[in-house]
Each structure stands twice: as structure tokens, then as C-alpha cells.
Design a protein around this ligand. Structure first.
Ligand SMILES: N[C@@H](CCC(=O)N[C@@H](CS)C(=O)NCC(=O)O)C(=O)O
Length: 296
């Protein structure tokens, strides 16, 4: 049993601004904008407002895959939304995502009628349908792809908001919470492992938006030690997830997409904003801010 002191909830919850924790400065119980701030607009048909977290990476990976597959009309500007500084509460951002979370997309391919899309799954489907790519058209395979895509949307909050939060970020280690979510994440990894023992890619037909959605989260846990929890979760046991994660990581478009809007990790793997294909060669942080690498 945990020795954490017992909390007795009051009759009515009130907002204790001093509750602390890593995200205390941005979390709040009300929606809507906190400040007037327009979003920048670049030259490409697609304007993405995001950050290089797993939810953000899904979309930049799809854009890079579309471009690599020859869909030149999938050119995009990827603007940085710094959620630690509250950019998601600017009025322009809230206009395209009332839920104030990255990623959010403005599809300006018909400039007269821009379309806003929020929620990473909706963005993936919007783009895949628009370009007729990475989403099977055969009814049965499409249903499989959609099932796994929605599986990711429903499952990853237990991995990130549940396990990751209580294992790595919460101001105190609560045994009950860590046990509960570790159990669930291991169950999810086993779900994936059993599926990937049978099929090369998740929908059983080919590489699709379902793989692109699942990989940043679960590939991150098994291959990039997300939350510093690889050993704790014995990730080496999930052999088929490891095989699949390595296969996807080797794709050049994935290697590009995963570093867009990224503000952590090696400087050469941080491209804060992407406005042109050449930015990968010239604008990563090791090229534009090498003094930071030297501690300057
Ligand atoms: N279900 C959403 C989740 C998006 C999400 O949770 N985004 C996080 C970063 S990974 C965020 O913007 N957090 C800012 C906040 O909560 O204020 C999606 O898939 O797009």
C-alpha cells in the first residue's frame, strides 16, 4: 500500500491554483482564449500549428510521407505552438481549436473557404482522404485501419496522461496510480504485440495513418525510452512492437516528420518551424543556434 496521505475530497471542487506539478502553469478548469493573438500564415496550402510531441509528430510524419509519395500539393508550413508558454490559449489558435491543444490545421487549399481541423485523428483522416493515400479504400481494410486509429486515440491518454504523468511528472509518486496505469500500458503493448505478430503493418494491408498515429506513442516507449520507463515496463518483451517500431523509424519521411516543431533532444533533431523542404538541411537548431550546443 502507498503511504501517501489520505485525501478527502470536499463537497464541491474548487480551483487551487497552487496545486503544483509540471503543468500547473498552463492547466486550468475553463476553456477559451486568455489573450488576443493572431496566428501567422505562410505561403503553403496547409498551415499547421503544432509542437513535436507524439500528437504533433503524427501529422508532420503524414505530411512528409505525402510529399515523399509525390503529392506536391501537400506542402505545408509548420508553426511552433509553445504549450508551456500558453500559445494554445491565444485567440487565433482557439479559433481553429476550441479545445486549445496541438495539433491544429488550417487547410487553405481553397483559399476562399479555409477549413479548420483539430484532433490529430481528424487531421490524419482529412489529409489521407484528400490525397487518397495511406487510408485503404477497401471497406474491410478501411474499417481495420479506422479501428486501430481510434484505438490509438482512446488508448494513448492512458499511456501519456495516466502512466507518463504519474510515473514521470507528478510531484509525488503514488503507488496506486503508477500500478494502475503501468498495468494498462503493458496490456496495451500486449494488444499491439499480438497484432503485429500476425501482420507487418497495423491494418494488415500496408503502412497507413494508423501506423503513423500509433508509432510516436508506442514506438516512443519501446525505442526512445519515453518517460524513462523502458526498463520499468520491460519493453524488450514486446518483440513484434520493437520490430515494427524499428521498421517505421527507418523511413526517411518519418525521420523528417518526427523532428518538425520539436524543441527537445539533440539540436540536430530539432526543427522548430518548417516552411520549406530545405529547412531540414539548413534550419535545425545545431545549424541556427550552435552556440546553445556549446552551452553559450
Ligand atoms: N486528442 C488530442 C490530444 C492533443 C493533446 O493532448 N495535445 C497536447 C500536447 S501532446 C496539448 O496541446 N496540450 C496543451 C494543454 O493541455 O494545454 C489529439 O489527438 O489531437
Amino acid at each position: 500500500m502507498s503511504d501517501a496521505k489520505e485525501y478527502v475530497p470536499p463537497k464541491v471542487w474548487t480551483w487551487d491554483k497552487a496545486s503544483g506539478g509540471r503543468f500547473a502553469n498552463i492547466n486550468r478548469p475553463i476553456a477559451g482564449p486568455t489573450q488576443e493573438k493572431e496566428l501567422p500564415v505562410g505561403k503553403h496550402p496547409f498551415q499547421l500549428y503544432s509542437l513535436g510531441t507524439p500528437n504533433g509528430q503524427k501529422v508532420t510524419i503524414l505530411f512528409e510521407e505525402l510529399l515523399a509519395a509525390g503529392h506536391g500539393d501537400a506542402e505545408y508550413d509548420a508553426w511552433l505552438i509553445n504549450i508551456g508558454q500558453g500559445d494554445q490559449f491565444g485567440s487565433g489558435f482557439v479559433d481553429i481549436n476550441p479545445n486549445s491543444k496541438i495539433p491544429a490545421l488550417l487547410d487553405r487549399s481553397d483559399a476562399a473557404k479555409p477549413i479548420r481541423v483539430f484532433e490529430s485523428g481528424a487531421i490524419l483522416v482529412h489529409l489521407a482522404e484528400k490525397f487518397g493515400a495511406f487510408l485503404p479504400t477497401d471497406r474491410a481494410t478501411r474499417a481495420e485501419c479506422m479501428s486501430w486509429l481510434f484505438w490509438q486515440m482512446g488508448s494513448a491518454p492512458f499511456l501519456g496522461g495516466g502512466f507518463g504523468h504519474f510515473y514521470a511528472y507528478a510531484p509525488e509518486k503514488i503507488e496506486y496510480a503508477i500500478n494502475r496505469y503501468a498495468m494498462e500500458v503493458k496490456r496495451q503493448l500486449d494488444v499491439l504485440d499480438r497484432r503485429l505478430a500476425e501482420v507487418e503493418f497495423i491494418d494488415g494491408a500496408g503502412y497507413s495513418i494508423a501506423d503513423m498515429a500509433i508509432w510516436p506513442w508506442y514506438g516512443g516507449v519501446v525505442k526512445s525510452n519515453s518517460y524513462g520507463a523502458a526498463e520499468f515496463l520491460s519493453v524488450q518483451d514486446y518483440k513484434h512492437v520493437n520490430r515494427w517500431a524499428e521498421q517505421i523509424a527507418a523511413r526517411p519521411a518519418v525521420q523528417r516528420g518526427r523532428i518538425v516543431n520539436r524543441t527537445q533532444g539533440e539540436l540536430s533533431a530539432q526543427l522548430h518551424e518548417r516552411h520549406d523542404a530545405s529547412d531540414f538541411d539548413t534550419k535545425t537548431q545545431d545549424k541556427i543556434a550552435p552556440q546553445s550546443a556549446a552551452g553559450g
